[in-house]
Design a protein around this ligand. Structure first.
Ligand code: S3P
Length: 425
């Protein structure tokens, strides 16, 4: 249980945010396939990324955590070993889905499990394309859910042409990993572009991947040439809480240092700016194909907006935080095409409507795949549930801080993506 008090005088100063969760996962997995040792700087030591480290260790990879640095001894593209234990992905969809793609082409047997939330999340979306490639994967509930076993398929996977029904970087990345081991090239078409960290990092390891709009073509690889070091930029999904809070609290001026601003992730900046937010991008730089910058945020008056479609994958994890901003905006905000939020760590559409309305009654509504937020309504102190979802916990905290306070039932779930969130708070 944690009580958050209202913030009276705005936010001022500099904030350093933790490393990007998506890039941290990929840094461990891809370095494991490389031909030499990689040092990873600014790695996110959150529970999800620790699940990835744990699974990769069980697949035979030597990984050393030394303070904030991680050292991964690449075993080469064909060096993973059959684990003797079940691999536990915990709460992490990224760990599970990407590792399904990584283990599908291996000549060994592996079984995955996860926590209560992950066990309910849909996995057919990954199993289906990998099975088309020739992988042998079996899961509970007619190949829809954990536990899932990947069997030795006995032969090389086939390259495929795959038109993805949902824009999902996790599914895309799983196919990309398997495609590296296939007998011919693979072409993927996404409905809209999703985050492209896997493509960028694999290219920096020398893999041949061609991208054009919504299309990705992956060629089989013989080896991956590891760089000495990967520097993980700060996570824009973690920055989102401070970006929103500094925008809606009067008298705020904040610099958020070293934020990853890969354009497949910056939807939150585009939408907040469209709503009237003052956000400046400073000191832009590049490392390993990923761009980062410092963000300057100043309090602003917001107005409601409407968006959906291809914007959604660019801010999918920031919607709970953005919804808080919309509650302080003038007028109505409508967010279309967010049905995917129903299959995240919890059903986020239902959780937002149930919990956020306790703080600002009759402000939040949903349909099957959209959210409606009526901004500017009265706000009260409330006792809210996080639904064991890290992004709900942090969004409720900033909502309470900007309103009249909030008490959340379980703050420990922030360890998934932002272990020191409340210290910074
Ligand atoms: C992620 C992709 C997104 C996102 C998740 C992390 C990734 O999921 O919601 O938190 O690292 O690839 P989907 O690709 O399934 O939308």
């Amino acid at each position: 249980m944690k009580k958050i008090l209202p913030i009276q005088n705005g936010l001022r100063g500099e904030i350093k945010i933790p490393g990007d969760k998506s890039i941290s996962h990929r840094a461990i997995m891809i370095s494991s396939l490389g031909n030499s040792e990689v040092e990873i700087e600014n790695f996110l030591l959150g529970a999800d990324c620790l699940s990835t480290i744990d699974c990769m260790k069980k697949l035979g990879v030597e990984i050393k955590i030394d303070g904030e640095k991680i050292f991964v001894k690449g075993r080469g593209l064909f060096g993973l070993c059959e684990p003797t234990e079940i691999l536990d992905a915990g709460n992490s969809g990224t760990t599970l889905r990407l590792l399904l793609g990584l283990t599908a082409p291996q000549n060994f047997f592996v079984t995955f499990t996860g926590d209560k939330s992950l066990t309910q999340r849909p996995m057919a979306r990954v199993i289906k394309p990998l099975t088309e490639m020739g992988a042998k994967i079996f899961g509970r509930n007619e190949n829809k859910n954990l536990p899932i076993s990947v069997l030795n398929s006995g032969k090389k996977l086939r390259g495929i042409f795959y038109q993805m029904p949902v824009a999902s970087a996790q599914v895309k990345s799983a196919i990309i990993f398997s495609a590296l081991f296939a007998d011919s090239s693979t072409k993927i078409i996404e409905p809209y572009p999703s985050r492209n960290h896997t493509e960028k990092m694999l290219k920096s390891f020398g893999a041949k991947i061609e991208t054009s709009g919504n299309e990705i073509k992956i060629f089989p690889a013989e080896n991956l040439i590891a760089p000495k070091k990967i520097i993980v930029p700060g996570d824009i999904s973690s920055a989102a809480y401070w970006i929103v809070l500094a925008t809606i609290l009067k008298n705020s001026e904040v610099i958020i240092k070293n934020v990853g601003i890969n354009e497949t992730r910056t939807g939150i900046l585009d939408i907040l700016k469209k709503m009237g937010a003052k956000i400046e991008i400073l000191n832009q730089r590049e490392s390993g194909g990923e761009i980062s910058a410092d963000l300057k945020i100043i309090s602003s008056k917001l107005h409601g907006t409407k968006f959906g479609g291809e914007m959604i994958p660019r801010l999918i994890d920031e919607i709970p935080a953005l919804t808080v901003a919309a509650a302080f905006a003038e007028g109505e905000t409508v967010i279309h095409d967010v049905g995917e939020l129903r299959v995240k760590e919890t059903d986020r559409l239902a959780a937002i409507v149930e919990e956020f309305n306790k703080i600002s009654p009759q402000s939040f509504d949903s349909t099957e795949d959209s959210l409606i937020i009526r901004g500017g309504r009265e706000k009260f102190f409330a006792e809210c549930k996080t639904h064991a979802d890290h992004r709900m916990a942090m969004s409720l905290s900033i909502f309470g801080a900007a309103a009249n306070g909030v008490e959340i039932d379980d703050e420990s779930c922030v360890k998934i993506s932002y272990p020191d969130f409340f210290d910074i708070f």
